[in-house]
Design a protein around this ligand. Structure first.
Ligand code: ATP
Ligand code: MG
Length: 772
């Protein structure tokens, strides 16, 4: 009953290549939105979301290609996959370095200038700081709204959808990649309450997809020689590698990257893929390390000692006692509650934005982002002015006194609006600083009570509100860093109380800040294993592993009680029809027939008149049509499924039109030149209205048999819908035929029949006995 192959070996080039080349999201600029406004893009993309073809279409061309392949094809193909994994790793690593380099330098210039000016006038300093931030945010929102609407947000819900089998137009285009990189620099450098980690995952996916398709056809930056992985299936693997590379680059956490891809973004996973993803992440780690070593010598401006700070957090308490488990579980509960609240608030605000704000066009979106930038700059500058400074602490680790550093450099204790030199402003240390330094400061285990509870609460409330409001603006935005900052603030607060209660224990507030960060991310994103490993990789402290596990489990459980994870909620809101890993309970009591009740199936005859095909395509929106022929006794016989996209390519190419209303013989098929027929033109996003046919052509015929999928997946009508769901989801299908109970059984296939060695021995023995 089931057909199709779950290969790790190549797909067919012929029609399978055709399937890709018309369908790519990545390159078919035509597939992208025709409008430049992000608002229109949101509406367009929800309507244009379409499934991907992960199934191998084993049509005539595919079988021809398979037969012609030499025995070296498989090793060649596998080797190329590894080469591409390497290239994805290098590309994503370099993109991450570029983004960090730019962000650190912009922030460095901003804080150097502001601090030089506030020695003379705080008002002018505030003005310069605000204008600097505004200019960066404006550049980001301008790029996104005018040039790359798909680059807004983190991109993770869309990539998750892509790997689940649905294609959002424009998410993997070259301009989206460029928009994402430069947009992130503007939005993160401009001090908004968002991060660059989510966008880096999207960046990795774009790089992977563009490499797989050999560049961008629209900008004439492509090469046929690199275009090897053209099927949606192959690209799915490459995009998975790209996602892992993004996380590996963002946190310098290679294993975390692999697990993130496995746990959060992919829907299908194979052991072969695991190896390649692992390799890509390792490559990223090496590339990033080399760049850091080079920049640490001061060759990269402000990027160097202060750059990539988020990755260099080490220390934390060496051990923990059992009494601490209770407050740590409380951190988990707070994380679950605040994370679920964050998801709910962002959901409401995004809905509201879509309905009232973003419809009004890109000017409103630009104005909105700029307004949020102004508010963020004002809050982060003015609130620390209201705090009193404290004397620099005497450090235990070195005998001297830790003196204030300007923000944006390596160190904590920012001297801002203090009357004396050897003082620091605790709120400015976390608020008036680059994100990476702020996190490092919050995680810091150097001193006790470095921050007052009042400052921490002020920061928590203000930053949480800013993160909620900033989420959903038309700029590239990740939620990892805001999540870490929010979580580490209340974690540190809890830590301060624990220190008071358990005076005798060796407790460090920084450790609690780390647990708080893990708990908020767990409560909002609902990841467990990958987050846990990322946290351990960031801190280099294996001792903390059980504690991080504990808070993650608690926060996820609490969050799950209220709502879905952030990415699932956002995917649903964007109209991305994600299929969960499990069917709904009600599906157990439904049958396949129930799911397609009242459906009048639109079929095509094997040899169809062009005018009929055009009329079917015009009057229906369906993407697949059963093809019916006549059996030997004249009874109707379903011979396969033809995709709308294939029909469009056939109609556009016109080379297969025939005068005769009868099937063409096999001789004709053998003479047919498929490589001429396979055109790299994309038909995705194209409609039947784009194809112009003359009256004469409309009267001709087309034999669909060579182009259809002769072995679509078929289920009997009384199969439970839950079973159909599992089949559909696990095999990544696009269509399933529902048929009546068959009248006879040709054979049974069991495990042993699929063990090819035994099977081929039996076949050989049988052949020998018949020939003998
Ligand atoms: P895709 O992303 O592939 O477009 P879809 O769910 O939007 O997926 P469509 O092909 O647009 O699928 O079909 C929409 C609805 O029409 C579904 O309920 C499907 O069962 C039904 N349908 C699809 N193909 C046919 C057909 N050939 N005849 C009758 N009904 C069909
Ligand atoms: Mg559809």
């Amino acid at each position: 009953m089931l057909s199709g192959v779950d290969h790790d070996v190549p797909d067919g080039i012929g029609m399978a290549r055709l399937a890709w080349t018309r369908l790519p999201t990545a390159d078919g600029e035509e597939a992208g939105p025709s409008t430049s406004a992000a608002a229109d893009y949101e509406l367009l993309s929800a309507a244009a979301i379409e499934s991907l073809d992960y199934e191998v279409i084993e049509n005539y061309a595919y079988r021809e290609e398979q037969a012609q392949r030499s025995k070296f094809w498989v090793p060649y193909y596998v080797m190329l996959k590894w080469l591409f994994s390497l290239l994805i790793g290098v590309g994503t690593g370099l993109a991450a370095i570029f983004i960090n380099l730019a962000v650190e330098n912009f922030s460095g210039w901003k804080y150097t200038a502001t601090f030089a000016i506030i020695k003379h006038s705080y008002f002018v300093g505030f003005f310069v700081y605000t204008v600097f931030n505004l200019a960066l945010v404006f550049s980001s929102v301008y790029i996104v709204t005018n040039f790359a609407p798909a680059a807004a947000g983190s991109g993770i819900p869309e990539i998750k959808g892509y790997l689940n089998g649905v294609d959002t137009p424009g998410i993997l285009l070259l301009r989206t990649l460029v928009g994402k990189i430069f947009g992130s620099i503007g939005s993160v450098g401009g001090g908004l309450a968002l991060g660059k980690e989510g966008p880096l995952v999207h960046t990795g996916a774009c790089i992977a997809s563009l490499l797989g398709q050999g560049g961008s056809a629209k900008y004439h930056l492509n090469s046929r020689w690199v275009r090897i992985f053209e099927s949606d299936r192959d690209r799915r693997d490459l995009v998975t590698c790209g996602c892992a590379a993004g996380v590996a680059a963002a946190f310098r956490a290679p294993v975390g990257g692999v697990l993130f891809a496995l746990e959060e973004v992919t829907s299908w996973w194979r052991s072969h893929l695991m190896w390649r993803v692992f390799f890509t992440s390792a490559v990223v780690a090496v590339v990033v390390r080399s760049a850091m070593n080079w920049c640490n010598s001061g060759k990269c401006g402000h990027f160097g000692a202060g750059g990539f700070i988020i990755w260099d957090i080490s220390g934390g308490q060496e051990d923990y006692s059992y009494q601490e488990l209770f407050p740590m579980a409380i951190i988990g509960v707070i994380g679950g509650l605040l994370g679920a609240l964050f998801n709910q608030l962002t959901l409401y605000i995004t809905k509201w934005r879509r309905t009232y704000l973003h419809k009004k066009g890109k000017r409103v979106q630009i104005f909105e982002a700029c307004l949020i930038s102004l508010v963020t700059s004002t809050i982060s500058f003015v609130l620390p002015l209201l705090r009193k400074c404290s004397p620099c602490p005497q450090l235990e680790t070195n005998s001297g006194i830790e003196c204030p550093h300007p923000p944006g450099t390596d160190g904590n204790f920012v001297n801002f609006y203090c009357s004396k030199d050897r003082e620091y402003n605790d709120l400015a240390t976390i608020f008036f600083n680059t994100q990476d330094d702020a996190i490092r400061n919050l995680f810091s285990a150097k001193t006790f009570h470095e921050y007052s509870a009042q400052s921490l609460i002020t920061f928590l409330v203000m930053f949480y509100s800013l993160a909620v409001v900033t989420f959903g603006t038309a700029v590239p935005a990740g939620q990892f860093v805001p999540g870490i900052m929010i979580g580490s603030t209340y974690g540190r607060l809890v830590g301060m109380f624990v220190v008071k209660f358990y005076k005798k224990l060796n407790i460090e507030e920084g450790t609690y800040a780390l647990l708080g960060a893990a708990s908020f991310l767990g409560g909002s994103m609902r990841m467990t294993v990958s987050l846990c490993v990322i946290m351990v990789e960031i801190t280099n402290n294996l001792q903390l592993l059980p504690l991080i596990m504990l808070v993650l489990l608690v926060s996820k459980a609490v969050g799950d009680f209220f709502n879905e994870g952030l990415y699932e909620e956002q995917a649903r809101l964007r109209g991305i029809p994600l299929l969960d890993s499990r069917p709904k309970q009600v599906m157990r009591n439904m049958t396949a027939k129930d799911a397609c009740k009242n459906q009048k199936v639109v079929c095509l005859p094997r040899v169809s008149r062009i005018v009929d095909i055009v009329s079917v395509l015009r009057t229906n929106k369906h993407n697949g049509f059963p093809v019916v022929d006549r059996g030997q006794n004249g009874e109707p016989l379903v011979i396969g499924l033809i995709l709308r996209s294939h029909l469009l390519v056939l109609l556009q190419a016109k080379v297969d039109f025939q005068n005769s209303p009868f099937p063409c013989g096999p001789g004709v098929l053998n003479r047919h030149n498929f490589s001429d027929f396979v055109k790299p033109a994309s038909s995705k996003g194209k409609s039947i209205d784009d194809i112009h046919l003359t009256e004469d052509e409309l009267g001709l015929y087309l034999d669909l048999a060579p182009f259809l999928n002769p072995s679509p997946y078929i289920v009997p009508e009384d199969m439970s819908l839950a079973k159909v769901y599992n089949l559909f989801r696990q095999l990544g299908l696009r269509h399933i035929f529902v048929v009546p109970r068959p009248s006879r059984v040709v054979g049974l296939i069991t495990r042993k029949d699929l063990l090819l060695e035994e099977h081929s021995n039996n076949v050989m023995a049988e052949l020998q006995s018949t020939s003998g």
